[in-house]
Ligand binder design. Structure first.
Ligand code: FNR
Length: 411
């Protein structure tokens, strides 16, 4: 109601409230390359479109005449009461859209009581993000490196810095076919962006030093290498990256590209991670119900139904289409989280009604960041929370567990 009152008294929000207006305003602000990276999806982008269409395939059937004057958006997740069912999906390379990048997001997330899932591809080392989050909740998203030692180092750092869970993303063992990035000849990582978790890591820097001494990397730095250096040096002022003639940035990018993922990863490897951390482990990128069953059997603590915002397999099932079967397969054994395509609080309502325990916001908060930094992200979160709260009440529910399948009808 504060948001409506502000409107009545003429206080306009810093970012557009309407989802399409928010997206369009942010798109206008971004460079072509940044736009291609953030807004782009795989192939013909049919899955990105399907993610939206899947929400339109369900309609809310509200109940009337229930007392909804007191409402509670709280959920219990991994032993903690959370004020809302929202989390921030891990999004890499945020310094493409705003200089304060992850730190701006961290401040807004903490202020809203929304846990941030910090990306392996963040623009800021996780320890600095954790400091900006203060005592608030955050989780760490892991891309499982080809080098086990690096994977273990990331997880240890996350645990030490206060992460509450590890989210292993399993749909990106190969990078998807992304025509917009290919047309712009732009892979942000090759320009040294979004590799701050790596360049701040002792295992990684040892790998880079070793590689930098090989003859092939001691040629004159290319433009991409210089750009990489500038980006890396910005995040590590005074570190060993600041020598302009150094072959290190190029070696860093090459090393990163070599170790980023492990396409050989299988179910058996999960045990290694289990041995290494006591934190809850979630698998992100589950779409097949059989994999959901396997995840439960393998002893992980949660899954995230996601198709990576349509950025990996073009033609993949819409995330919301996959959700009901996964929920049925899991039989309430572990929490099922959801992302891909949520653009408003009413979308979140539908995902929760279809059995998600919590939902992750992606591009919309990046748009808020693009337009107005911390305040922009904070407002986007307020809008999501307010719309969910209103949808809840208007449907005759007073709490998240109240939202049941009987208030949804397939069109
Ligand atoms: C992502 N996503 C992602 N996921 C992940 O596990 N690690 C990452 O570093 C990133 N990076 C990333 C960058 C950008 C620009 C986007 C748009 C997405 C996927 C993300 O966590 C989430 O699954 C999607 O954003 C959900 O789709 P929508 O709702 O944003 O369309």
């Amino acid at each position: 109601s504060q948001i409506y009152r502000d409107g009545v008294y003429g206080r306009k929000p810093a970012v557009p409230v309407a989802a399409a207006a928010l997206r369009d305003a942010a798109h206008r602000r971004l460079s072509k390359r940044a736009l291609g990276y953030v807004a782009g999806s795989a192939g013909l982008e049919t899955t990105a479109t399907a993610n939206r269409a899947a929400f339109d395939a369900w309609r809310v059937v509200p109940h009337i005449l229930t007392d909804v004057s007191e409402r509670d958006l709280g959920v219990d997740l991994f032993g903690r009461r959370r004020p809302t069912p929202y989390l921030l999906a891990p999004i890499g390379v945020l310094d493409l859209v705003h200089p304060e990048a992850d730190l701006a997001v961290a401040r807004a997330a903490t202020d809203a009581g929304v846990p941030m899932i910090v990306s392996s591809q963040a623009s800021t080392p996780m320890e600095d993000i954790a400091a900006a989050i203060g005592g608030g909740s955050w989780w760490f998203q892991l891309y499982w490196s080809r080098e086990d030692a690096l994977m273990e180092s990331f997880v240890s750092r996350a645990e030490k810095a206060g992460a509450e869970a590890i989210v292993v993303t399993l749909d990106t063992h190969l990078l998807g076919w992304r025509p917009r990035d290919l047309d712009d000849a732009y892979l942000p990582f090759a320009f040294g962006r979004g590799i701050a978790q790596y360049t701040s890591d002792p295992v990684f820097t040892a790998l880079v030093r070793e590689r930098a001494t090989r003859p092939r990397t001691t040629q004159r730095p290319t433009l991409a290498a210089l750009s990489a250096l500038a980006s890396i040096a910005r995040h590590h002022p005074g570190g060993f990256w600041t020598n302009l003639r150094s072959p290190l940035p190029r070696a860093a990018v090459e090393t990163f590209l070599d170790v980023f993922s492990r396409p050989t990863l299988t179910w058996d490897d999960l045990e290694k991670l289990r041995q290494h951390t006591t934190l809850p482990i979630l698998l992100k990128g589950v779409l097949h119900p059989d994999d959901a069953v396997r995840a439960v059997d393998s002893g992980v603590d949660g899954i995230v139904v996601s198709n990576h915002g349509g950025r990996q397999i073009d033609g993949a099932i819409a995330s919301l289409e996959a959700l009901p079967r996964v929920v049925t397969a899991v039989e309430d054994a572990i929490p099922v989280l959801f992302d891909s395509g949520i653009r408003g609080g009413a979308d979140a309502y539908k995902a929760l009604a279809l059995g998600a325990h919590a939902v992750c916001l992606g591009r919309p908060y990046v748009y808020g960041l693009t337009l107005a930094g911390t305040i922009g992200v904070r407002q986007v979160l307020s809008h999501f929370i307010a719309e969910l709260d209103l949808t809840l009440g208007l449907s005759g529910c007073t709490s998240i567990p109240d939202i049941t399948r009987d208030t949804l009808r397939a069109v």
